[in-house]
Design a protein around this ligand. Sequence first.
Ligand SMILES: Cc1cc2nc3c(=O)[nH]c(=O)nc-3n(C[C@H](O)[C@H](O)[C@H](O)COP(=O)(O)OP(=O)(O)OC[C@H]3O[C@@H](n4cnc5c(N)ncnc54)[C@H](O)[C@@H]3O)c2cc1C
Length: 811
Amino acid sequence: MKSRTKVVVIGGGIAGCSTLFHLTREGWNDVVLVERNELTSGTTWHSAAQVTNFGMNQTMVGLKTHSIRLYKELAENPEYPINYHHGDGGIRLANTEAQLQGYRHFASMARGMDVHFEVIDADECARRHPLVSTGNLLGGLWDPLDGDIDPAQLCQALAYHARKAGAQIYRNTPVTDLTQHADDTWTVHTEQGDIDCDIVVNACGYRVNEVAAMMDVHHPVASMEHQYFLTEDIPEIVSAGHRMPLIRCPISDYYCRQEKNGLLLGFYEQGCKTWGMDGIDPNFVNALCPDDLDRIMDVLQGAFERMPALMEAGIRSVINGPITYTIDGAPLVGPIPGKRNAFCIIGLRAGLGEGGGHGWLLAQQIVHGEACYDTWCLDPRRFTGHANVELTSLKAIEDYQNEFRFHFPHEHRPAGRPAKTTPLTPVLEAEGAEFTVVNGWERVDYIKPHKDFHPSLSFNFDEAFDVIQKEVLNVRDNVGLCEVNGFNRFEITGADRHAFLDRLVCGTLPRREGRVGLTYLLNHHGRIKCEATVANLPKTDRGPERIWYGSAAASEFHDMDWLSQHLREGEDVQIKSLTNEQTILVLAGPNARKVLSACARGDWSKEAFPWLSVRECFVGFTPATVMSVSFSGELAYEIHMPNASLYAAYLALRKAGDPFGLSLFGARAVESMRMEKGFFHWKADLLTEFDPFETGLDRFVKLSKDDFVGKPALQDLVSRGATRKMVTLSLETNSAPAHGGASVMAADEVVGTVTSGDWGHRVGLNLAYAFVDPERSVEGTMMEVDLCGERIAATVIRPSPYDPDHVRMRS
Ligand SMILES: Cc1cc2nc3c(=O)[nH]c(=O)nc-3n(C[C@H](O)[C@H](O)[C@H](O)COP(=O)(O)OP(=O)(O)OC[C@H]3O[C@@H](n4cnc5c(N)ncnc54)[C@H](O)[C@@H]3O)c2cc1C
């Protein structure tokens, strides 16, 4: 066995084999995989191994497309051919209009990745799948490239090609411990000896947390028991003369594909079971859980009704095995939070279909620091401290029970709530708040007009439209108050704090005490990594001179890693997270100054406290830090307070606000207002796929600065010209917003992708942001948005249609 290598991948299922293979494809050949037993002896060997192209966003569709292309290439390679039923096709069924509308949105989104889904009616479903009955069926989404693969052969083929490129694989080599050294390299201790390496990858399937414990971390991954059975031959299949397409059924929660001349049916029963929560038997290898067909009777009945021929078919065998889930159902693929040179590819619940793509994106991140797509939807740092395995198991059960039911816009399912709250949560609930969930935090979405107000789930504007309009208009005309909890906040102290941050931001850093600025951090490829509000606080009895670094709610682990990885030896910089200690109350509207002045001592006039100022004060008797910044476009103050005295400050603000027409507003009103102002959301509009000039952030970049992270790469990108440009679109419909991912079309060509969309209540326009071909970014250019299957005319308008000169927020 080698004693030193560049990367050790731990685990030889599809996740590990794909990572190893792709590392060699990226040119790293001195790499090793260690497997405690035989390759595929975890979950992979017994997988139903369906390979689909369907995904909820473009990154998922893109990585699945990579899997399909790769598997086809492997299957056709005479050196090590494998069995891959490529292109049987598949149908996701629907029995409601809302589901079909959702499928039309996903088809629009996938089209931007050159993937062509089709929404078909019930008769067409039955024509393409002769076993299907059309009762209680409206139609479905046709995925032409659905298929299935032999999982063991696939892993062996990946291993074969990786070995051929120089990689080593050590079977029957359990990893027993991991040691990280002062220079961030690792020693992987195994039963067969030690291997020193630069980088480790955890690809341990349901044993993920056994290996995580060896590096003192814990991943939010839980396992569920999952069953399928194989039937005897079915005469209708034998006589059909073609292979049956796959079926996924959100009506009765099962999937089905052809296996020999029978069917393989897998079930997502309501009475589902977690697995391995109290530890996993070390001898559970190539093993299965006991069959329990009684558990699936509820969903089996639905499958019988959809495919009556099934009722005559005998069951050949039953498989029940552990399958891993995370809090939001998507895997954790990327850097391990708080660790250096450590990655994971875990929580795969559709690892055969996705594994090729995940290994590809992970290898790119390991070798190049970033992948070709923005991988935030897979990033292990997208959940923060609350993400423990108990919460994960609750969400896993919920996800399992809803396996094929996609989330509608504004849908937040109940399991594991409330996970993170402030002292105001029950107070706002009593005020009638409807909550949304942001990284576990319960955040006010809007205030319900009455307690039984439950808007329908759909891709159209919902019944909350008028409620949100009222909130927006009160912010425009009077003043509104909104709690923004969970906003990420780092306190950066030390003599080198400015020099350190200046190296990371691509623009100008506010230097003067009492000033605030919006800044962007780029990755080494010159594209957008982080967005931060930087505030300079003077030395007071509350602390030394310090910077407050504020960023999006879910960015805490991501940004902390990025900042701390750029600290230099001996630099006097300390970074402390205040994210869970502080909450913001936003006071916004023309009367905001009057309200603040009524409850906080001091001169809050425009002259004494102008736009982009920060000051410590008391709101009532609560110590607070106030910033004059605005996401709504109105005169606004962000008031930061310790959670312990948040309620006291809230009472003071409400009392002070009464004479000035103060009312509450929520995240949906904020969303509408920020769209009218041309303001972006990190990871909706600000992506690692685009540079700041493509994103329209020219004014935040100072190329004349000596140096900053990403500068050489950015200069290179600029010299090559923009690939896409961010534009603001006005859509000619008032029935639905444009949803992130929707394709922008010119004739039959996809010329762009929507990142965000919402109604602008102050301008009366249906607004969207989209990245489009640069030549179409000129104001006045007309295009169309494929909005859930309907072509809607859209015109490029100037950014910030509401108060374009930003007079109101600086007033
Ligand atoms: C019944 C069932 C049906 C499924 N059907 C489908 C489907 O149709 N399509 C689809 O895409 N997915 C399907 N899946 C999911 C898919 O099979 C999994 O997502 C995938 O196999 C997970 O692969 P993995 O490599 O992450 O984990 P595993 O296959 O479990 O591999 C992890 C490996 O790590 C090794 N390991 C663990 N600890 C150590 C250690 N200390 N040292 C060294 N090695 C270690 C293990 O021995 C194991 O080989 C199904 C799953 C089940 C249970």
